[in-house]
Ligand binder design. Sequence first.
Ligand code: GDP
Ligand code: MN
Length: 380
Amino acid sequence: MNLHEYQARELLKAAGVPMLEGDVATTPDQAEAIARRLGGGTVVIKAQVHAGGRGKAGGVKLAKTPLEAREHSAKILGMTIKGLIVQKVLVVPAADIASESYVGLIMDRETQRPVFMVSAAGGVDIEEVAATAPEKITRLAVDPRFGLLPHQALGLALTLYPGFAQVKAAAKIMGQLYTVFTGNGASLAEINPLATTPDGTVLALDAKVSIDDNELDRRPDLAAMRDESAEAPSEVAARTAGLTFIKLDGNVGCVVNGAGLAMATMDLVKYYGGEPANFLDIGGSSNPEKVINALRIITSDPNVKAILFNIFGGITRTDDVANGIVAATRQFKLQVPIVIRLTGTNEAEAIRILQGVGMQALNDMDEAVKNVVALAQAAA
Ligand code: GDP
Ligand code: MN
């Protein structure tokens, strides 16, 4: 679960990370009032959406006066950044920036450890730095048994700053970021930029934290931070329906049972030249209701040009899935072709159910994927 910047800031603040106090507004009026309350000086207006690159998208603007804070907020509120509509802005005093570093912490599967990534070349171009000059990013895997040791933090900070006062300040902030990461079950915690001001103060000017969804059951305080209005509607609908769904950018809708098979299916779609529109795992149980919900969610994506069912019947009964498909097509008319591959438990019954409404089921996964990719390409 992604947090908004203003929520991530709360976690960082609780751990002691230095930053300037601000507040959140949902209207230009509120933004102006906050700017006045902050002393009437220059503030930054920042779009609160679950997306990076807000600065480049025009979602971060300096405002010299409270009136300008109102004007910028009026423009930023309601704008769309990476498909997400801005409903809140953060208003914070503007810092004078002397330098911008990057400090990030992710859960790394390869080393099975939290890994720090830091760079003196922080700011809005960090993705480009990672792509074109990866040697400018220093990595360090932390042994979770010991945590981030003082000499490791200092070593990382020494790659960022020449002056020891700043090195010490940055090392402390890294320790605090590690506390935020492990204390909240985060999969990512990032400060970019970690800025210095002309007088040498080190400050966090941006904060990004993603919480591992598995943490939410035992942390109602974090779960309460979920902002469904800021998430992709299809992902919200899927979660409510008990489906594991991730929206992607392709045009082949996929309905699969089991995460492993879903991954293999997406691989095969790509192998045959197609692009999956989503990852979707309807899970082990085969409640027809899940199939109906899955089809409703997938068909609401206008990019989807063809749909593939890939069902391997074990605990999942393929006849239940077939009943779900038939029920769904009665409830709403499918506008795109559908290719069904099923095999396993009750497959003879499933085939009979589908043939009863004039639908075919394939047995071979390769054949089904080739078919659906061809259909999607023909329609695109
Ligand atoms: P992002 O683009 O979504 O990562 O948003 P950021 O919060 O990182 O802001 C983008 C850029 O805006 C930063 O890299 C800074 O250059 C600039 N910025 C953000 N806050 C301030 C501030 O307080 N003062 C100044 N002068 N620039 C800021
Ligand atoms: Mn940033």
